[in-house]
Design a protein around this ligand. Structure first.
Ligand SMILES: Cc1cc2nc3c(=O)[nH]c(=O)nc-3n(C[C@H](O)[C@H](O)[C@H](O)COP(=O)(O)OP(=O)(O)OC[C@H]3O[C@@H](n4cnc5c(N)ncnc54)[C@H](O)[C@@H]3O)c2cc1C
Length: 288
């Protein structure tokens, strides 16, 4: 069995660990000469200067010659998802996302944002998208260059979207605001608390989809981001399952709500019953 790892960045430690658990050989297919440690071999695809990673999709698909029983792993990042899609299309292989566990011939994938789990059995090659993890440590084998034709792509212009950069996926501390906040301006309180704990600000869906107070990539839940920070504040959030499905893997969950019967308290490690407008400043003051 061969496990193939598609890498457009070096953060693939989780994929290398998974591949080693399978046994067999591990081959990384890299775009742009990346030093991937812990694998048996590297096939590198040279990227033309200025070309986006996605231009290498045909080459990556050509380099991965997976056979039945093989598994192709890619990190859950935009470019690598594109490359994984090209590989899956060439192989005629299914793509598994939201993978919770993976073994030879068997996977468990999260459904409906993690509310349920589905067992999947497979025989042919599959492509699985997992969290990439950190850069793996160890020896880096010498790469062999794969000489296929990439798409001919030139970047003619780059327009920066006018959005704040949020990275909930990797944030270890998250302050999430819900409809308990009365106005957009009041969200500054959540931002202040996030700053005090060196975290990111998130929200429940109504704040971004309905009210438009926050960006779409900031809401958490079954149809938003599924995150697992070490600390999650749910403030003015009632705790409906659509929301909590996105946070249940968090380390410590703290709820602040003025309704002592709010279901958010059931999923929380710590609960503070009270008015968020009084409690947040007190927490910030205590932290300072
Ligand atoms: C198909 C589908 C998918 C969905 N996907 C998502 C999703 O991905 N993510 C998501 O979040 N939602 C999702 N929803 C919506 C979800 O069902 C809830 O409606 C939503 O999460 C509620 O948001 P909320 O808790 O902020 O608001 P509310 O339910 O209105 O709760 C507000 C809370 O604030 C408290 N509060 C009010 N004032 C204060 C105060 N001064 N101090 C302290 N507490 C106060 C109230 O007691 C209340 O508990 C989805 C719904 C559907 C139908």
């Amino acid at each position: 069995m061969t496990t193939w790892i598609i890498a457009a960045e070096t953060g693939v430690g989780n994929l290398v660990d998974q591949a080693r658990e399978f046994g067999g050989t591990v081959t990384a297919v890299t775009v742009g000469n990346l030093p991937i440690a812990g694998v048996d071999s590297i096939i590198d695809i040279d990227l033309a200067a200025g070309a986006p990673v996605e231009a290498a999709a045909p080459s990556v698909a050509g380099a991965v010659t997976a056979e039945p029983g093989d598994v192709v792993l890619a990190a859950n990042r935009p470019s690598e998802r594109v490359l994984a899609g090209a590989v899956a299309a060439k192989l005629g292989a299914p793509v598994l996302t939201s993978v919770k566990s993976l073994a030879v011939g068997h996977a468990q994938v999260a459904k409906a944002g993690g509310i349920g789990l589905e067992d999947v059995a497979f025989e042919g090659p599959i492509v699985a998208i997992l969290d990439g993890g950190a850069q793996p440590a160890g020896e880096v084998p010498e790469a062999v260059t794969f000489g296929a034709k990439d798409y001919v792509v030139t970047v003619s212009a780059i327009e920066q979207a006018e959005v704040e950069a949020v990275n909930l996926g990797t944030a270890q501390r998250v302050v999430a605001a819900g409809r308990g906040f009365s106005s957009k301006e009041d969200l500054q309180l959540a931002a202040d608390l996030a700053e005090a704990i060196d975290g990111e600000v998130a929200c429940s869906r109504p704040l971004s989809e309905g009210l438009g107070w926050m960006q779409r990539d900031q809401y958490v839940g079954v149809s938003g981001q599924v995150i697992a920070p070490e600390l999650y504040f749910a403030i003015g959030i009632s705790g409906q399952v659509h929301h909590t499905a996105g946070i249940l893997e968090s380390g410590t969950i703290v709820a602040i709500n003025n309704d002592e019967t709010a279901t958010m308290f059931e999923d929380s490690d710590y609960g503070i019953v009270g008015d968020l407008y009084e409690i947040i400043p007190q927490i910030i003051e205590a932290l300072e």
